[in-house]
Design a protein around this ligand. Sequence first.
Ligand SMILES: [Zn+2]
Length: 294
Amino acid sequence: MDRTGSRPHSASPKPVTSPLQSSLSGFALLVTLGSLAGCASTGDSLPSGQGGAVVHAAMQVKPAAFRAAPSSSPRDAALRSPLYRTSRIAKMKCEMPRLEDGNWGSMRRYMQTVSGCLDRVWAKQFAKMHKSYKAPKRYFLKARINVAACGGTMPQAGAYGTYCPDNKTYYVLAESRTWASRNGMWAAHLVAHEHGHYIQDLAGILDYADELQANAATEDESVLAENRSEDQAGCFAAAALQATRDTLPSWSKFMAMYKREKDLKAYGAWLDRGFSSGRPGSCNTWTAPSKNIG
Ligand SMILES: [Zn+2]
């Protein structure tokens, strides 16, 4: 696998509720990419772009402008990102559609609305650094699809979401077992986590994750680098979601589910950190002791 920036970053938000741990349902229908075009907007003042992308046209600039300055090494970008110095993410009004049990359309609209809100949240945060923000592309799917540009199936097998740096796109799976109103925060967190990987990419941080993994002498080192990246995506997700917490389901109930899973304890701690601080600066997993990473 190409280790120089094209490694897709899968969701670590491993499903935590028992209904979500079940195997994929066999009858899931493939939502074609084309059919998503025009459905991306959820009425929250966000225009729908082609292929399901939601784009703030006024904020579009050439990709090079988003990246860390050329003089900044990937290590600098990860350890000393200017993003860490931005102030707490301010509260933002975000009207969420109702989630209906067993209704795929309502889950897709919910995820689309969350992702649209995240664009607004992160655009404001990037503006604090005098940097432009361009929305990533995103797809909310009933079943995995093959994406040649990302080297295979998206989301990756075993993950509910994967961010693919090669096409600046994230893919989130919403299969039938997840279409339940009780899964609102789980779904929001999943979308925000993948969005978090995109933010890492914009900030140049993902390059460092890939560099560390490529140079890892042992499997443990490689896993540690990957977990630092996953924990940070979760922390960014939580920091962004706290901005829209008034219209989202209970965070504490969601976290209670998470904390029942022993192997997600470290990740859960980063979620807590991001949500309670609302500051990207609380998400510097790259300088944290390895015992806090998982
Ligand atoms: Zn991830």
